[in-house]
Design a protein around this ligand. Structure first.
Ligand code: BGC
Length: 727
């Protein structure tokens, strides 16, 4: 990042095409538009990824999110040769993303024989009108030259599993085109509009328009383009809506878009004084979270790769609840509510899954799409040696996801004060999850306790283990939450109790007797039964045993019989259920588990950072914070799981960066109606300023080495380092 608000790269390398597609992503929660060049097509991974729109591709059994045709496609040719950055080494090239305003720019000088042609383009995905995208495109040359501009809606876009759309109608009239399609499996309609302003003598071929322009030396020729993408409810008035946007004009749309981003930053910006790099990386993480947040719908979650493409099938994982939701519940409660409502709305899918595996209640999908049915397959990783799919147990054994959702839902109620959500389906969801766990658990009469056997914890390298500490502790917390939520609803919303079972004694018994692994005499919590007996090797040693690149360490792979873990597991537990464990326990476990952790998932570093900040390992905390916050800036993450491509943006890490800054470095915690702030900033950070929305109050907080200053807290009870804060 050059300045705190700009991501920029001068120069060009074809090797960056894939990374830059994600790094320079634009999005508004309804769609994501990859940071590709206007003349790019499928080959360079162009995608206009739609949130909440899923389908099978023809001839595939891999359901994934749908990419729409690209209405901003534009290319220039000189003497029949297309100026395509991926094929012509430029004289100059610069790509910029302004994260404050969500505006993408490129400037490229192409050599074209005797002439140099400069292309400048500016575009945005409107934050104010979710269906609209706009582009301003300029061309100039250092000599008089005739060029041909080809622009239109391009159907040749990136698809991981093949084409998802049948095109039912395509019309191009002069400077306008309209495309109607329906998805292959569900026949869901989609419309893409495109309108050009400022280009004359257009000839139409299919959905493309071409126009010849005689460029005069050093005179810039500019035109604008508008794209409209509609599906679902938006289709009803799509013609009129698109026309309204076009008539409003490029500059007005841009102003309105910037104003919408301003309003978002007003609540969500974090300013770090004394460390520009950290400040920029954190803002960049926040930019991504806000670009993909479903603001106007409760029908979709946030995919694990955001809206950067179809990786992980466009599905939502526990990533949303455990890593991203804290940011939203403290800065934009409406988005947090939408995300939780999405889980409530897909409860039926979770109930179907529980039934499929022989249980009662709700077992949420490991990979959740629009219905809540699980998109995860039983063979979710491909072996690099045999090229055959490997049996993984993410889908059927990673049961903690249901507890994570319960945990996030309750935390949302507590921080926002919106307990109505419990009556609005929240309590029912919690109840069904607890019923699932109760039927999944095994009661051991001789120990008088329930155990959770045959599960997969966050560390996916060890499958089918017994009593995974994270899972058991989260399920126990969920069971406790059920009792608290039940009491709350009994008192405040008794009418919504009717769909729960009559006798709930089992739930109290389960909450009381569920086994949670405790720290041993050294203070260490065993990750699961028998973990300590595994071969004592670290990831570094395992690396030397690899026979092939991208070898998968899970299943029966290298890590499975060793202590090496893929990602934070016990440390994840300590970072989440902070107040249940003291500093010494945290320290003992951090010291023990850190050397064994591969950080093979981008979800790992933030958990280590949060706990490190809390136990005074500030240098480690900083290192892991930067790893988390820079993951999409540097593209420093795994690109393959076995031979499965897993590139794209990493919203869980983006959320993890915010969580580390706020819960780790500022030491924010909210429990028992009290906000405590115990800052422990990295040495070079002079201060950190941020805002939190807490039960209707908007707090402005500034923390530094001495403590905290808080404005706007009329009702909130506050302590700083545990001592009452004098307002
Ligand atoms: C991690 C999971 C995560 C998923 C999606 C996997 O590599 O192990 O914990 O939910 O990626 O981000």
């Amino acid at each position: 990042m050059t300045q705190e608000w700009t991501v920029e790269k001068t120069g060009f390398d074809t090797a960056d095409i894939e990374l830059h597609g994600s790094k320079y992503l634009l999005g508004n929660g309804f769609m994501g538009y990859r940071g590709t060049m206007e003349e790019y097509t499928a080959e360079q991974l162009v995608a206009l990824n739609l949130a909440g729109f899923f389908d099978l591709a023809r001839g595939s059994n891999w359901r994934e999110s749908v990419n729409a045709p690209n209405p901003l496609y534009t290319a220039v040719s000189v003497n029949g040769k297309e100026l395509n950055l991926s094929r012509i080494a430029p004289v100059f090239h610069k790509q910029t993303l302004d994260i404050k305003t969500g505006i993408h720019k490129r400037e490229t000088v192409f050599p074209a024989g005797e002439v140099n042609i400069t292309v400048k383009a500016e575009r945005f995905v409107s934050k104010a009108r979710e269906n609209i995208l706009a582009l301003k495109y300029s061309v100039s040359a250092d000599k008089n030259v005739d060029i041909v501009i080809k622009t239109g809606t391009d159907k040749n876009i990136w698809n991981i599993s093949g084409n998802h759309l049948n095109y039912t109608d395509e019309t191009a009239r002069g400077d306008f085109s309209e495309l109607t399609a329906e998805s292959v499996q569900l026949k869901k309609p989609l419309k893409v509009y495109e309108k050009i302003c400022g280009l004359e003598n257009i000839v139409n071929v299919g959905l493309l328009h071409t126009a010849s322009v005689a460029l005069k030396a050093n005179e810039e020729f500019t035109f604008t383009k508008f794209g409209g993408v509609y599906h679902g409810d938006g289709l009803e008035n799509s013609d009129a809506d698109f026309l309204r946007a076009v008539n409003f004009g490029y500059d007005n749309l841009k102003d309105e878009h910037i104003a919408a981003w301003d309003a978002i930053w007003e609540n969500s910006d974090v300013v770090i004084e004394g460390d520009e790099e950290a400040c920029a990386a954190l803002r960049y993480s926040i930019y991504h979270l806000c670009s993909i947040a479903p603001r106007n719908t409760d029908k979709c979650g946030i995919p694990a790769r955001g809206l950067s493409g179809q990786v992980y099938k466009g599905a939502a994982f526990w990533d949303t609840e455990m890593f991203m939701l804290p940011f939203f519940r403290f800065t934009d409660a409406d988005v947090a509510r939408n995300l939780l409502k999405y889980r409530i709305n897909t409860l039926a899918g979770a109930e179907r899954k529980a039934k499929e595996f022989g249980f009662e209640g709700a077992f949420f999908a490991w990979e959740s799409q629009e219905t809540g049915d699980d998109a995860c397959t039983l063979f979710n990783v491909t072996d690099v040696f045999t090229n055959r799919p490997l049996r993984t147990y993410f889908k059927d054994k990673q049961i903690h996801v249901s507890a994570d959702i319960v945990f996030a839902l309750w935390d949302y109620c507590i921080t926002t004060g919106d307990f109505v959500l419990l009556a609005d389906g929240g309590l029912k969801l919690i109840y069904e999850c607890i019923r699932f766990f109760y039927t999944y658990a095994s009661f051991k009469p001789h120990k008088d306790r329930y155990e959770l056997l045959d599960v997969v914890g966050p560390d996916e390298y060890h499958e089918r283990v017994n009593n995974n500490a994270f899972t058991n502790a989260m399920v126990k917390r969920a069971a406790d939450i059920f009792i608290l939520a039940l009491e709350k609803v009994k008192t405040d919303y008794p009418e919504s109790l009717e769909n729960l079972g009559e006798n709930l004694d089992w739930a109290y018994d389960f909450a009381k007797k569920l086994y949670v692994p405790a720290p041993d005499e050294r203070g260490i919590i065993e990750q699961f039964d028998g973990y300590f007996n595994l071969e004592d090797v670290t990831p570094e040693t395992l690396k030397t045993r690899e026979l092939k690149e991208n070898e998968y360490w899970g299943c029966h792979g290298l890590a499975s019989q060793t202590r090496t873990l893929k990602q934070a597991d016990v440390i994840m537990l300590l970072s989440v259920l902070k107040s249940d464990y003291g500093r010494e326990i945290k320290k003992a476990n951090w010291d023990f588990y850190e050397p064994y952790t591969e950080h093979g998932s981008s979800l790992s570093a933030c958990a280590y950072a949060i706990v490190a900040a809390e136990i005074g390992y500030t240098d480690w905390a900083y290192k892991y914070f930067m790893k988390t916050a820079c993951v999409d800036l540097k593209g420093d993450s795994k690109q393959y799981l076995g031979s499965l491509y897993i590139g794209g943006t990493h919203p869980a890490a983006n959320g993890g960066a915010w969580n580390t800054a706020i819960f780790g470095f500022a030491g924010v915690s909210f429990a028992n109606d009290r906000l405590d702030i115990s800052p422990r900033l990295p040495e070079n950070w002079k201060s950190m300023s941020f805002k939190l929305n807490l039960r209707g109050e908007r707090l402005e907080i500034r923390v530094d080495a001495k403590g905290a200053e808080i404005k706007g807290a009329a009702k909130t009870k506050i302590t700083v380092y545990g001592k009452e804060y004098k307002k």
